[in-house]
Ligand binder design. Structure first.
Ligand code: KIV
Length: 293
């Protein structure tokens, strides 16, 4: 199983690594079996799974439901729970309690928090109580209203110096890794060289230790013009639409269900079976992927 020590080793050995978001059991299982070492249950789920315009409406309850599903699907990956807006800003006590819920109830191995300032002290306390923390600087979506939109951060010298200082403070407080989102590549390289802990970039160029993308963006489930930082490795939205249309057409013409999809009564000739099971059940075979919470 991947641990925070492995993630540090990746950097120490100069091995670039991938992180992906995961929000449900089946996709977590697929990504885990594909060897993705870190799965982030990101609060981006508010936008890609729940249809909110920002991540701000996402609650601890939302996050925990998805965290539990992901932890059931992942066996090898380090699973990281993203602390949602207002789950850590109110007090250090609330932050520890909510981070603890991610570990105890959600089956997560670590949590991610956005920003610095008071978050540095919260990071220190979480590290002290044994909860690994992934930091997140640059474009921090929970501060969308302060930033005046989802805008690249760290373009001026003053902003860049602030982000570098914040990165060093989070490392000093005990963060085990740092997401750098929406910053110029040059700044990401500077921070990556300045830190002992690994950086994980999204819209931060090729110079970070790891990269992260949102599952739905990477697979082309989100449609329209992709943001500049996204590379689509598949066009699943098109593929799903094609499959759905073919299914509806088969239903209309009577081509589905075919004899191989039917059950027979006792005594009558059995219909040819498409699979080995007579079980009437949805989803993956039973022996696969049953895990924690
Ligand atoms: O919520 C999220 O998915 C994230 C990643 C994009 C880093 O914070």
């Amino acid at each position: 199983m991947t641990t925070v020590l492995d993630v540090q080793r990746f950097k120490d050995e100069g091995r670039r690594f991938a992180m992906l978001t995961a929000y449900d059991f089946l996709s977590a299982r697929i990504l885990d079996e594909a060897g993705i070492p870190i799965l982030l249950v990101g609060d981006s789920l508010g936008m890609v799974m729940l249809g909110h315009p920002t991540t701000l409406p996402v609650t601890m309850d939302d996050m925990l439901m998805h965290a539990k599903a992901v932890s059931r699907g992942a066996r090898q990956a380090l699973v990281v729970g993203d602390m949602p807006f207002m789950s850590y800003q109110v007090s250090t006590e609330a932050a520890i309690a909510n981070a603890g819920r991610f570990i105890q109830e959600g089956g997560m191995h670590a949590v991610k928090l956005e920003g610095a300032g008071p978050v540095v002290e919260i990071t220190r306390r979480l590290a002290e109580v044994g909860i690994p923390v992934m930091g997140h600087l640059g474009l921090t979506p929970q501060s969308v209203h302060t930033m005046g939109g989802f805008k690249v951060q760290g373009k001026t010298d003053a902003q860049a110096a602030r982000i570098l200082a914040d990165a060093k403070a989070l490392e000093e407080a005990g963060a085990f890794s740092l997401v750098l989102e929406g910053v110029p590549s040059k700044l990401a390289v500077e921070i990556t060289h300045a830190l002992r802990i690994p950086t994980i970039g999204i819209g931060a160029g090729p110079g970070t230790d790891g990269q992260v993308l949102v599952f739905h963006d990477m697979l082309g489930l989100t449609t329209g013009k992709a943001p500049k930082f996204v590379k689509r490795y598949a066009n699943l939205a098109e593929e799903i639409a094609r499959a759905a249309t073919a299914y509806a057409e088969d239903v209309r013409t009577g081509a589905f269900p075919g004899p191989e999809h039917e059950y027979s009564t006792n005594g009558s000739a059995p219909a040819p079976s498409s699979g080995s099971t007579e079980e009437v059940r949805y989803g993956p075979p039973r022996d696969h992927g049953a895990g924690t919470p």
